[in-house]
Design a binder for this molecule. Structure first.
Ligand code: IVH
Length: 669
């Protein structure tokens, strides 16, 4: 391609990719598939490589991060980033409203208009746009000085590199919260544990750790996102109210939380607060309260601020999801890769509506750092994770009879040697035929996210092992009705169902099959990348280190682990045995005969029962198709809160509209 044509194509591609970034990450309504997006992105990379002088700092290709910094530069905020006063009770909320009205000299009957927002539990940042281009991004720091994390923020795909407005304001500073949604948080933590790295205690720490990376290539791999909520210094435009500000920046392409609502008076605040508290558990991200702001900017100016917080806003905090209980025992548990994890068995206690009886202590290093002993009284917390964590020990409650659990010298399950691997926090059992490892690897293989063998849970797998009916995952496919009939309390029908479920699992996608094998460091995400790159298990098995490293996101450790796995004769025997019994991993993800076969779904609005990715997966798992926009071909529109134009269009076209609950009911029908 000639240089001039290339320059033009590069411009087109950048604009197009940024538009799709915004649709996907900012508005949650993608118009193209991931594969189509990849194609555009690769075309841009190729052209920019070919013409290095056409490179530009605001190209979306820069979102992949760049070589590490020595340290961050400190920058001063043009306007200080204030904090908020907290309210904890309904009485304190009423006090806030009362103070506002008194300060403004309003009558007792007068009502203030407020904007209520979820209080995002992430990291506050400031984005500076100069003439519409993202120029600088900083952390909040101490409120006056923050760190220059521009390079890292550029990797956050939902942050537009240009504002969608002409002419743009000369200077536009906007504040917001960068956060990591729960699903990627849990995935990140399981990958870290798998790799023998300490997990993050909660999504906020994970977001902070990712944003404060000196190597922005690491940040780029974490699916961070942002909601914007406040202006900083602005020149060349004006806003009249918080609601006006939010509607405007949303139109400019900045992500705004769709759950934000304008309400009237104290009654409106309380309704909103109670509603968010009820919905907290089902949101796809962590919130730790609600922020209430006087809507009118002229009233805000009149109210002004105290030393470090404005008089026109308040943060209403939710009660922490913590409880106090006793560690009755600590049991070492062996996982499928041989990692031995200390698990605290707790005196059962309720933590905001959920009974908690166990907590992982992650590893001995963590346990020693927190000095957790058998018999200790501890504070437990559910923090954005399904598995609760021990926050701290109440040392003042110690009686002297507490016991420390040392690293076991041998595996509690098979008696083999247990070693601490250098550079890892993990302790591993080296037993090649450790029954715990075999059991856990079969449980993993059959699990929902892997081969999804319905009904084949832990208990049945334990019985199969005890009766010596299976020794490895491949043996599952040779089981007969008679084998299952040896179980206690097994009926013909149940045995038949289990056999059918096992047979059905022979046809799973390649990515699931790779994940199911339980190769160290290969989680669901990496398995998908490998399936896409190699197309068959045979190709993956013979892939060279160079070929593996050619995949972005596959590093030396992962490549090494894959090579080691397939070079092991026993592992290859199992893989071959699996293929010989008729397991045929497929590359296409479609399921035929699912209950949504041939049906097209569109999701819109703020979803609270599941994430958009999960919804897409549920539809595809049932053979359906999830599309980005409503058309005559759409069968169902699933509308969350604040659904807009798509809902309208669906009604015009007579497309059936479902609530999230109705969708789930349909799925289970
Ligand atoms: S407004 C002066 N809105 O809470 C106004 N803050 O305690 C300052 N936060 O540092 C912030 N969600 O990190 C605002 N919707 C929201 C928020 C929010 C979370 C955090 C933010 C801030 C802290 C203040």
């Amino acid at each position: 391609m000639e240089k001039q044509a290339a320059a033009q194509r590069i411009q087109e591609l950048r604009a197009e990719i940024e538009r799709h970034n915004r649709l996907y990450y900012g508005e949650d309504r993608p118009e193209i598939t991931d594969a189509e997006y990849d194609l555009l992105f690769r075309e841009l990379l190729t052209l920019e490589e070919q013409y290095p002088d056409l490179a530009s700092p605001d190209s979306p290709s820069r979102r992949v991060g760049s070589a590490p910094l020595e340290k961050f530069t400190q920058l001063e905020h043009r306007l200080p980033m204030l904090s908020l006063e907290n309210a904890f009770t309904e009485g304190e909320i009423a006090d806030f409203d009362e103070r506002v009205r008194r300060f403004l000299g309003m009558s007792a009957a007068g009502e203030i208009e407020y904007v209520c927002e979820p209080k995002m539990d992430g990291l506050a940042v400031e984005l500076v746009y100069e003439d519409g281009t993202f120029a600088v991004g900083t952390t909040r720091g101490d409120g006056f000085m923050g760190e220059d994390i521009t390079r890292n923020l550029k990797t956050v795909r939902s942050i537009p590199l240009r504002l969608a407005v002409t002419p743009p304001p000369r200077l536009f500073e906007v504040r917001g919260e960068v956060y990591l949604p729960l699903v990627p948080f849990q995935r990140l933590n399981s990958e870290r544990e798998e790799a023998g790295e300490p997990p993050f205690a909660n999504p906020r720490n994970a977001a902070a750790g990712s944003l404060r990376q000196l190597d922005s290539r690491i940040t780029a791999r974490r699916p961070l996102t942002i909601f914007c909520y406040a202006p900083g210094m602005v020149e060349g435009t004006e806003f009249t109210a918080q609601s006006h500000f939010l509607a405007t920046i949303k139109a400019w392409g900045l992500p705004v939380n769709p759950l934000i609502r304008k309400v009237a008076g104290i009654a409106g605040i309380l309704d909103y607060y109670r509603e968010m508290q009820a919905r907290r558990e089902s949101l796809p991200y962590e919130i730790d309260g609600v922020v209430v702001k006087v809507d009118s900017f002229s009233l805000q100016r009149e109210l002004g601020e105290k030393s470090r917080s404005p008089r026109w806003a308040v943060a209403i905090k939710f009660p922490p999801r913590q409880a106090v209980t006793v560690v009755e025992d600590i049991i070492p548990q062996v996982g499928r890769t041989g990692v031995v994890t200390p698990v605290a068995h707790l005196r059962p206690v309720e933590v905001s509506g959920v009974m908690v009886a166990r907590a992982t202590l992650h590893n001995w290093e963590e346990m020693e750092k927190k000095d957790i002993r058998i018999g200790d009284t501890v504070v437990v917390e559910r923090a954005g994770d399904v598995i609760p964590a021990v926050v701290r020990v109440m040392a003042e409650k110690r009686t002297g009879s507490e016991r420390i659990l040392p690293i076991p010298a041998s595996c509690p399950e098979c008696g083999s040697e247990v070693v601490k691997i250098p550079d890892e926090v993990a302790v591993r059992c080296l037993g090649l035929s450790c029954p715990a490892q075999i059991r856990e690897s079969i449980i993993h293989f059959a699990s929902r996210r892997a081969m999804d063998i319905e009904g084949l849970g832990d208990k049945f797998i334990e019985q199969l092992l005890r009766l010596k009916l299976v020794r490895n995952v491949a043996d599952l496919y040779t089981l007969t009705q008679n084998d299952f009939m040896q179980f206690e309390r097994m009926g013909d029908k149940l045995a038949e169902n289990l056999l059918n479920a096992i047979a059905a699992s022979k046809e799973r996608e390649l990515a699931r099959f790779i994940f199911a094998l339980g190769i160290r460091h290969v989680g669901e995400h990496t398995a998908k990348l490998l399936a896409k790159a190699f197309g068959s298990i045979q190709n993956l098995a013979k892939a060279s280190e160079e070929e593996l490293l050619a995949i972005r996101e596959v590093g030396p450790q992962v490549a090494q682990s894959i090579r080691t796995f397939f070079h092991n004769r026993d592992n290859m025997d199992v893989v071959e045995q699996l293929l010989a019994t008729g397991v045929t991993p497929s590359v296409t993800e479609k399921k035929v005969g699912g209950r949504f076969t041939g049906k097209t779904f569109v999701f819109t609005g703020a979803l609270t029962r599941f994430t958009r990715d999960a919804a897409k997966e549920m539809v595809e798992n049932e053979g359906g198709h999830a599309a980005g926009s409503v058309s005559k071909k759409t069968d169902y529109l699933v509308a969350g809160e604040e659904a807009g134009s798509k809902l309208e269009k669906a009604r015009q076209l007579g497309v059936k509209v479902l609530s999230e609950e109705e969708f789930l009911a349909l799925l289970e029908s």
